[in-house]
Design a protein around this ligand. Sequence first.
Ligand SMILES: C[S@@+](CC[C@H](N)C(=O)[O-])C[C@H]1O[C@@H](n2cnc3c(N)ncnc32)[C@H](O)[C@@H]1O
Length: 259
Amino acid sequence: MDDIISYNRRAWDQQVDQGNRWTVPVTSEQTAAARRGEWQVLLTPRKPVPASWFPELAGRKVLALASGGGQQAPILAAAGARVTLLDNSPRQLEQDRMVAERDGLEIETVQGDMRDLSRFPEESFDLVFNPCSLLFVPDVQPVFEHAARVLRTGGTLMCGFVNPVRFLFDEQKLERRQLSVRHKLPYSDLTHLDADELQQLRDEGQPYMFSHSLEDMIAGQLRAGLAMLDLFDDSSDSEMISEYLPVFFATLASKVSHG
Ligand SMILES: C[S@@+](CC[C@H](N)C(=O)[O-])C[C@H]1O[C@@H](n2cnc3c(N)ncnc32)[C@H](O)[C@@H]1O
């Protein structure tokens, strides 16, 4: 298990060098606008999170979870939140520190695995904000359990997800715009790719990915003591499957209890 985390740490560090969209920091103009109350953030590729999902942010404690890259954490901090950012990739965290220093923002950055939030006290955050990243861990339940523990009662968890349908198809054929069902779910790069494909993924510095069932992603939150309040679908320009169905979704849940 540690190997997956170490491998994905190096891979996301490499993604920063490769200019992956999710590693490109916001501009000073965007943080200045957020200070004036004009801001939006993403949990999924296209649709901004509805403003109605957010509590008044001034002074609220936010845990930006697996949210490095200098994107959401600086915007939420500029909007008035007290932001702690936990991410597995040192280079992703550096992007946030660069924006914070450049634009005079305070963001506490912590390197770690999103499945272990034991370093934070119980009930210490008002909002846990987790943009699409659960596909990089094989097991999502620890993330929900830990998020529920660190949230105060009534606090909210916002997560972006990939629909497991995304993992059914042969990737190489998708590049030729052919939809060819190949993989039985649940998908894991480690068990479903052949040796050459896995080597190519490693050579390209791509992170390992895993599919999760809707039960894991939605009932998993309910089982952790959260109540589901809202959900929206989204799609992406870079995913051909998005022409057929919205491949991404985001959920809003609220902590009711934690046992
Ligand atoms: C697609 S990026 C998400 C961040 C980006 N700002 C966004 O808007 O989507 C995925 C992030 O998850 C982080 N990540 C992957 N596995 C992780 C883990 N086990 N614990 C913490 N962070 C992890 C990566 O380092 C990367 O920064």
